[in-house]
Design a protein around this ligand. Sequence first.
Ligand SMILES: [Zn+2]
Length: 319
Amino acid sequence: MGVFMVRLPVIFLLGIFCASLSSLSAFGQSCGTTPLDVQILGSGGPRMNPTRASTSYLVWIEGRARILIDMGGGAQHRFGESQAKLEDLWMVGISHLHPDHVSDLPAFLWLSHEVRKEPLKVFGPTGNDAAPDFAIFLNRLFDEKTGAFPVLGSALGGSYGGSGVRPDMGRVVAGGVRLDVGVIDAVKSDPSVVLQREGTTVTARKIPHGNMPTLAYRVQTGNVSIVFSSDQNGTDPGFVEFAKGANLLIMHLAIPPGANVPLHATPAVVGRVAQEAAVKQLIVSHFGLFELDAAIADLRTAYNGPLIVGADMQCTPVL
Ligand SMILES: [Zn+2]
């Protein structure tokens, strides 16, 4: 009993100390302490997962969150958790229009004009029979008269942008930041230049993901580069060229070893692509529901370089 009497206050004080630490970290950004960092906001795929949001990545350059790649479900919360600032972003790049890569975009934009005045550049792929062109997709979401979210009409330059009451609808709208929309050719083989700003160049190139128009993005800052593969089946040698020599490649482990799915690459194929591209480091992410150890072992049959298993909020310096 006497022992408990002594220990209880110690445990209590330890609890206060830990709570103080976590509240301290809540006030500071969670990544961006080196010149170039990548943070995973969502390391999951489409299926529910207790610890993983759907796909989203953040590139921190010189301590600021500059580039956001994909915005799957849960990514809006993770962006807030990261303490990144919406007003710091140079661009948002969407790889394709499956919900696990884009469904949090409306949530992310809603009321965004309160903290950001500068238009936000957003990019996505051209369309085909399987998915609309990215500009049409945004119109279907945000057109102030015909869109699913007319209250976000200001995102596309609607005449009732900002806050106020739409006289024709008689209700309050709040809006979101104006978007500067770019549609990237997801058919041609040559990469497209998406953004050039302050020594950073972003390019994008098509990747094979079934019949979905899908883009990989490459971020080059000085001599350092990051490639975001997104979902793909690994059958296009042109992607290996696109990712060649990257300091960091992020690829997706969506299916287990031996599976045969036209949309995705097996772990061994992911490993082969990374090995052939001679990247300096590989992060795997976008996990489906399967035995991860077996998937990593399968990947390792084809790739022998540095490997990181992705997790939400994980921050990796890129050297
Ligand atoms: Zn996906």
